[in-house]
Design a protein around this ligand. Structure first.
Ligand code: CP
Length: 326
């Protein structure tokens, strides 16, 4: 167990070593148990988390806010549009000043080519830890909750389990690459064989894919890329299918939508789930485009773990905050 996490940022999934992630999960399960028993666990009394949002959220905002209250502290909700950022507050001002007010600064900034850089610049200027509530490249707290859920459903020994990270069609908007990027970096460290599936225009960052392959080699896990959703689902233990944008091909929204609309048959439905193992779990970080990305039958069906996954956001985040913000 590695416990040297006080004051540490979590911006990229790999900012914490595998052992440190295991510590986070241990603490998260302890806090989950305490909450189930009604045991107080006010480890962050008088501590304040500043939560700066450049993009909308349901789960992330609510789970960080509830988590800080349950830890005995407070979370301040700040929308970028209600600050002076548009009138000149730079990353340096935000990091240096908010770092003096708050014991942690959590930021969601998903703008392509900007978000991750913004978080890193704020972190450089801040004396308090910076926590990534999702940027253009990574969604590490989602990924911690996902890993926690996978272990709860499939056991601690994940070696030789097939995890599909698949693109799925959505009609609502072009979603960030951050969830699949985080998954392919984190999961090989825990022994899962990752199959990454997407239509050819929807690749992830080549550097991230190379990093994921290197991690898979290091940890003795498999890593493959396919361009066929049926092939990906065959014999899977875990199916994680969601939409993301074609940023590696185009950043033009109209062209992206045109590309996306070519692949409306990339949906998780009952036929595809039947290709996976009988006890395979279906995962999605939500929000999902119901009956577009995934049928309601699968999402509300016996293999779906999406609500447990959403709940685990709360416990995983409390684990990180309790370890980094005291
Ligand atoms: N999964 C997730 O991050 O949800 P929100 O966008 O609602 O925060």
């Amino acid at each position: 167990m590695q416990t040297n996490l006080r004051g540490r940022d979590l911006i990229c999934d790999l900012d914490f070593s595998k052992e440190e992630v295991e510590t986070v999960l241990d603490v998260a399960w302890d806090l989950k148990r305490k909450r189930a028993l009604g045991e107080p666990h006010a480890y962050l009394r008088d501590r304040v988390l500043g939560m700066l949002f450049f993009f909308s959220s349901t789960r992330t905002r609510c789970s960080f806010e509830a988590g800080m209250a349950q830890l005995g502290g407070h979370a301040a909700f700040i929308e970028s549009k209600s600050t002076q950022i548009a009138h000149g507050d730079t990353e340096k001002e935000i990091g240096d000043i908010l770092g003096r007010y708050f014991d942690g600064i959590a930021i969601r900034h998903c703008d392509w080519g900007i978000g991750n850089q913004y978080l890193n610049w704020v972190a450089e200027a801040s004396r308090s830890p910076v926590l990534n509530m999702q940027c253009d490249l990574y969604h590490p707290f989602q990924c911690l909750a996902d890993l926690m859920t996978i272990i709860e459903k499939q056991g601690r020994d994940l070696r030789r389990k097939k995890m599909v990270v698949s693109w799925a069609y959505a009609s609502s908007y072009l979603k960030p690459l951050s969830v699949p990027q985080s998954l392919i970096l984190q999961l090989p460290r825990f022994g899962l064989d990752v199959t990454l599936a997407y239509p050819k225009e929807f690749g992830l960052l080549p550097d991230t894919v190379e990093e994921a392959k290197a991690l898979a080699r290091k940890y003795g896990a498999g890593f493959e890329i396919v361009h066929d959703m049926d092939e990906a689902f065959r014999d899977a233990d875990i199916v994680y299918a969601k939409s993301w944008g074609p940023m590696m091909t185009t950043t033009d929204a109209e062209e992206g939508k045109r590309l996306q609309d070519q692949y409306q048959d990339w949906i998780t439905d009952e036929r595809r789930m039947a290709l996976a193992k009988e006890d395979a779990i279906y995962m999605h970080p939500l929000p999902a485009d119901r009956d577009v990305e995934v049928t309601s039958g699968v999402m509300d069906g016996p293999n779906s773990v999406v609500f447990d996954q959403a709940e685990n956001r709360l416990h995983a985040q409390k684990g990180v905050m309790a370890l980094t913000m005291w």
